[in-house]
Design a binder for this molecule. Structure first.
Ligand SMILES: Nc1nc2c(c(=O)[nH]1)N[C@H]1C(S)=C(S)[C@@H](COP(=O)(O)OP(=O)(O)OC[C@H]3O[C@@H](n4cnc5c(=O)[nH]c(N)nc54)[C@H](O)[C@@H]3O)O[C@H]1N2
Ligand SMILES: Nc1nc2c(c(=O)[nH]1)N[C@H]1C(S)=C(S)[C@@H](COP(=O)(O)OP(=O)(O)OC[C@H]3O[C@@H](n4cnc5c(=O)[nH]c(N)nc54)[C@H](O)[C@@H]3O)O[C@H]1N2
Ligand code: SF4
Ligand code: SF4
Ligand SMILES: [Mo]
Length: 897
């Protein structure tokens, strides 16, 4: 592939990369013929034939999209015969569109070609060829517009891996149908939008965009939902988003998106967005106010708390949804203006256990490998993560490897998730038993001598201590605890150890347990034993949750560390010099400790930026009680979320479509967020609000920033591993840290030589301590909670738009056998009760869930699922145990109160 091939194009000598297609050569030269069935994301199809070229010495034209260059080839791109042929083909295709299509969708590929060739379709509707399918909330399929290029068929298979579209019939009767045989809504479509994105006509359209004007401007930015960090082009017209499409050459998403990234933006201009600051009146009602009045009120009331109770009576929470720049200022505000290390963020409740375990054992608390390692891995160990729904674009990349037989997967998850169905092995363990299962896998690897002796000798310590501890952790012993057959545990250990490089990806099914941090340690043990660290296609990779949760914590919204995860003590001098101010000395409280302190009356004020703690923290009764005891609750958000409903002051923040900055995704990649719209109403970027509040509190000179970039340059100055990440370099695609100077290309794989904290890493002995939460006769079910594809966390964003037509509310998923035994019907409203509280939600009968277990999502504020979850926490970093609650179920209305 690296060699060059000499040939001529239209008589001119040219060099091509050997192995390239003629079409890509011509595209590079800027003289490509139209190619309507071609898309760089899929294999060539040679269906539309528009890309035909002549090869001297050959009788018939060839399709350039699937013909490779060859030495000495003489290519002719244009001749009267070719032009006639293309014109005829385009004329035929023009019959599948109307002038209204062209006006309404000028960016569709067929329409561009028609314009280029001076072809104007008539005003008449094309002849109908089957009913228009409007069954799906996000996608409209109009068969009369189909030119049978099969891009939808191929992209659904080759990019998303769903294979929804099928080709039926032949000759003039050929047509495509969804795999339901009927409507798209009834098909296996996951609404990723790839088929719409690639469709060159109006056969497939985004329904939410129907009736909107075409985009006038496209702005390059990053999706504001999950930690995958897909690059997007935001199409705007008249101060509204009319379309979002993927960036084709983005390193993360490679031209792909999921339903949320493409069609989850209705919240942006939602009438429910708060447009002005709000102050709570004596009578409990909100009163809209101007910014200076609101900020003065906050400043005065914070000052009063600090003067009376000291700075440690105040807590500040950053937002994993806001930018790095915003979060850097959140923690600087807490430490410098308030004078406390009581600062934390949402990372506390999801992957702080990962960060802590990885930092302890490897020296860096972040994913060791990049997403591009997915295409290099031969084995995936997917533990307590459901990428198909939670990180869909990563899920699709993994799925492609599995579908092509290029890699195998071991899935450890109580539920039969999509990837579990595709995996070579699915270990459906009992929730809360990761530690014994992973210990038993390590036992097999050690006892059977499957470990990487060379790697262990050179880079790992503690083998003997671990070996003697593991002797007792036979697969048989673990099997009895985990409910997984011993033979499967052995097979999983052999597969992981024997088919490297093996990439471990883990999620909240590991971390959100009382043994969360320890579960991650067990995963690291496995990777260390098998030499799956410091190499491509391997590693330990927490699938970080929100768009910027990795960034929020790394910027210093973490009580124990400063920006860049630098230790408070070792880096104190650096920060005091940079900030020209002293840092506080008292230990800071983490989020859960803040809630405890509020309950105990020691924490008096809480300033919450973009984090709906009322809805999302476990055991809502405790959260509510603690919030009620505060003297001051300030919420800075896009919406009056459940926490904000209890606040004293609300400050309206600009969304990520409305500001400049950067996000850091789950693989340590920093990417630029760009403003595509002005802030709505009086809303302001979070960083700007904090600067103005600092000024109102008399410390404005420390918060004097002209723009987001000047904040980021300060971050780079205090964080050596990020010094090379200038805005100019982040341009497209971003960069991964460590990136120490402007010549550093960034690091895709960590720990290639030594580890971040020394030349060797030490294996950990982790004993099993079961959760205090147990089932009994009264609470016989084990409830686990998590996500679904179409809704996101607190639902403030995903819940305001067409995604809700795909998933209107949370469901309680129950195995068919349990539902039959209890005579519950699908969809019926049930009451879910635990020792801690109860909630009502509809039943969804699902074979994904094992008998005796339940699964529910937590996105709908009307359900408020966290009324039910338990107050247990991780023993080391205090992440709540969202994944294990003993529960009972009854028909709503018939349940004991
Ligand atoms: N669509 C969508 N995507 C999201 C989000 C969203 O709300 N919606 N939220 C984002 C956020 S904040 C995060 S942190 C990520 C989370 O992403 P994930 O970690 O994938 O999310 P969850 O669904 O909470 O849990 C993952 C899996 O853990 C399994 N599990 C439960 N208990 C156990 C156990 O004891 N052991 C094992 N091995 N597995 C167990 C569950 O069955 C579930 O399949 O997703 C992000 N992406
Ligand atoms: N039962 C159960 N509960 C859970 C979990 C579980 O698995 N089960 N998972 C937990 C996990 S992992 C997480 S991460 C949490 C998530 O819980 P949250 O962090 O509360 O949820 P999010 O929806 O991510 O968003 C938080 C808020 O940010 C706001 N926002 C968005 N963009 C911006 C911005 O630019 N600026 C500002 N100021 N605000 C903005 C949104 O409007 C929203 O109110 O939920 C946790 N709760
Ligand atoms: S939206 Fe995605 S999953 Fe659905 S049919 Fe199109 S490509 Fe396939
Ligand atoms: S995978 Fe995540 S980042 Fe990508 S489009 Fe979906 S929600 Fe956005
Ligand atoms: Mo999360």
């Amino acid at each position: 592939m690296t060699g060059t091939t000499k040939l001529t194009v239209d008589g001119q000598p040219q060099q091509a990369r050997s192995g390239d297609t003629i079409l890509s050569l011509l595209q590079g030269l800027g003289i490509a013929p139209p190619a309507l069935c071609s898309d760089p994301r899929i294999q060539p199809g040679a269906h539309c034939r528009l890309c035909c070229v002549e090869l001297q010495g050959q009788e018939h034209p060839v399709t350039s999209c699937n013909t490779r260059v060859a030495e000495g080839m003489r290519i002719v791109t244009s001749s009267p015969a070719l032009e006639r042929y293309r014109h005829q083909l385009l004329e035929w295709m023009a019959q599948s569109c109307s002038s209204a299509d062209l006006q309404g969708h000028p960016d569709k590929a067929l329409h561009r070609e028609l314009r280029r060739h001076g072809l104007a379709p008539g005003d008449a509707e094309p002849a109908p060829r089957g009913a228009v399918d409007e069954s799906h909330p996000l996608i409209r399929f109009n068969p009369s517009r189909c030119i049978t290029c099969y891009r939808c068929v191929r992209i659904c298979e080759e990019l998303q891996g769903q294979s929804v579209w099928h080709v039926l019939g032949h000759g003039a009767g050929i047509h495509i149908v969804p795999d339901s045989g009927g409507t798209l809504a009834a098909s296996s479509c996951v609404a990723c939008g790839a088929c719409v994105d690639t469709c060159p006509t109006t056969a497939l359209l985004d329904r939410p965009g129907l009736g909107q004007p075409p985009a006038e401007r496209w702005t390059h930015s990053v999706c504001a939902y999950c930690g995958v960090g897909c690059e997007i082009e935001v199409g705007t017209a008249a101060d509204a988003i009319v379309s979002v499409r993927p960036v084709l050459d983005a390193p993360v998403n490679k031209g792909h998106l999921c339903a949320k990234g493409r069609n989850g933006h209705a919240y942006e201009r939602s009438p429910e967005r708060v447009r002005q600051p709000l102050l709570r009146q004596e009578d409990g009602q909100w009163q809209a106010s101007g910014w200076s009045q609101a900020l003065d009120a906050v400043a005065q009331r914070l000052r009063r708390v600090i003067d009376t109770h000291g700075p440690d009576a105040v807590g500040v929470l950053g937002s994993a949804r806001a930018t790095n720049e915003d979060n850097y200022l959140v923690q600087k505000f807490a430490r410098l203006v308030i004078g406390t290390h009581n600062v934390d963020c949402c990372a506390r409740v999801c992957h702080t256990p990962s960060a802590a375990a990885m930092k302890m054992m490897l020296g860096t608390g972040a994913a060791t490998n990049s997403f591009d390692d997915i295409e290099l891995a031969r084995c995936f160990l997917i533990v307590g993560a459901n990428p198909s729904e939670s990180h869909p674009v990563v899920g699709a990349r993994i799925k492609q490897r599995l579908l092509r037989g290029a890699a195998q997967a071991i899935v450890i998850d109580p539920r039969r998730t999509e990837l579990a169905r595709q995996a070579r092995l699915h270990l459906a363990l009992r929730p809360g038993t990761n530690v014994p299962l992973l210990n038993a896998m390590a036992h097999v690897i050690v006892e059977e001598g499957l470990f990487d002796a060379g790697f262990v000798a050179a880079r790992v310590e503690g083998l003997e201590a671990l070996r003697s501890f593991l002797q007792a952790w036979t697969p048989e012993r673990a099997a009895a605890i985990c409910g997984v057959p011993a033979a499967q545990i052995r097979e999983a250990a052999r597969l992981y150890a024997g088919s490297g490089p093996a990439m471990c990806l883990h999620g909240l099914g590991v971390t959100e347990h009382s043994q969360g941090t320890e579960g991650v340690m067990c995963l690291i043990n496995l990777a260390l034993l098998t030499g799956n660290l410091g190499r491509r296609g391997a590693g330990i990779n927490p699938l970080r949750g929100q768009n910027n949760v990795q960034g929020a914590a790394l910027m210093g919204c973490e009580p124990g560390t400063l920006t860049g995860s630098q230790s408070l003590e070792a880096s104190r001098a650096r920060f005091e010099a940079a900030w020209q101010a002293p840092l506080p000395h008292n230990r800071g409280l983490n989020l859960l400790e803040m809630m405890d302190a509020a309950e105990a009356g020691r924490l008096k004020a809480l300033y919450v930026v973009g984090f709906d703690i009322d809805l999302s923290l476990a055991h809502q009764a405790a959260t509510r009680s603690a919030l009620r005891k505060l003297d001051l609750l300030v919420v800075q958000d896009l919406f009056l979320n459940e926490t904000a409903r209890q606040a004293d002051v609300f400050l309206p923040a600009a969304s990520s479509f409305e500001k400049e900055g950067s996000f850091m995704n789950a693989e340590r990649r920093v990417q630029r967020v760009r403003r595509s719209l002005p802030p709505l109403g009086e809303a302001r970027p979070d960083w700007q609000i904090l600067c103005e509040l600092a000024a109102a509190m008399g410390l404005g000179e420390h918060f004097n920033y002209a723009d987001a970039e000047s904040i980021w340059n300060e971050v780079r100055a205090v964080w050596p591993d990020g010094a090379g990440l200038s805005y100019a370099r982040l341009g497209r695609g971003g960069l991964l840290w460590p990136c120490r100077d402007e010549a550093d290309p960034g690091q895709a794989v960590l720990h290639t030589e030594g580890f971040a904290n020394g030349p060797t890493a030490t294996l950990r002995v982790v004993d099993y301590r079961p959760s205090a939460e147990r089932t009994d006769a009264e609470f016989p079910f084990l409830l686990s909670t998590g996500r679904n594809l179409y809704q996101f966390n607190a639902g403030t964003m995903s819940g305001r738009g067409p995604l809700s037509d795909l998933r209107a509310t949370d469901t309680l998923d129950m195995n068919p056998a349990d539902a039959a035994r209890l005579a519950f019907a699908d969809g019926e409203l049930l009451q879910l009760r635990s020792r801690h509280g109860c909630a009502e939600l509809p039943l969804r009968i699902s074979g994904q869930v094992q008998p005796g277990q339940l699964f529910a999502s937590f996105h709908d504020p009307a359900v408020a699922l966290n009324r039910v979850t338990s107050p247990e926490r991780d023993s080391i970093v205090q992440a709540p145990e969202y994944k294990l609650t003993a529960a009972q179920v009854a028909r709503a209305g018939q349940a004991p109160r």
